[in-house]
Design a protein around this ligand. Structure first.
Ligand SMILES: [Zn+2]
Length: 122
C-alpha cells in the first residue's frame, strides 16, 4: 500500500517537470540544484520547491504560525466592499493556508482570508 502510494507520488512529481526554456522540450533531467535539457543541453536552476518550509511573516517581519492571533494594521474591505474590517481589529487564532491570502481566521465573527502583509502579530 505504502509502496504504491510512493509510486503515485513519484509519477505526479515527474509530471511537474518543467519544459526547457530554450527549446521547450520536456525531456528534462533532474539534478539536485538544476535541470538539464536532454534535447539541447541547456541547464537552468531549479526553483525552490513550492510551499516547502514556507514562512509567513506579518507586516513587521514576525513569523506567524497556526494558533497566533493577529491584528489588522489597516482597514480592509470584504468581498464586495459592503463590509469593512477596521484596522486594529483582532482575529481569533489563525490558520495558515496556501494561496496569496496566507491567513485563514475569524474576525468579528466572519471567516476571512487575510494577506499576512496587512496584519501584525497580536
Ligand atoms: Zn532544450
Amino acid at each position: 500500500m505504502l509502496e504504491s502510494l510512493c509510486r503515485i507520488a513519484l509519477r505526479c512529481f515527474a509530471m511537474t517537470k518543467p519544459a526547457c526554456p530554450m527549446c521547450e522540450m520536456t525531456d528534462v533531467m533532474e539534478h539536485p540544484e538544476k535541470w538539464e535539457c536532454m534535447t539541447c543541453g541547456h541547464e537552468w536552476e531549479r526553483e525552490a520547491p513550492p510551499e516547502a518550509g514556507r514562512v509567513v511573516k506579518d507586516a513587521h517581519g514576525n513569523i506567524l504560525t497556526d494558533g497566533d492571533c493577529v491584528v489588522l494594521i489597516k482597514d480592509l474591505k470584504l468581498g464586495g466592499g459592503s463590509q469593512v474590517l477596521k484596522g486594529g481589529a483582532k482575529s481569533k487564532p489563525i490558520r495558515l493556508v496556501d494561496g496569496d491570502h496566507e491567513i485563514s481566521c475569524k474576525m468579528d465573527g466572519i471567516a476571512v482570508g487575510l494577506k499576512a502583509c496587512f496584519v501584525k502579530k497580536a
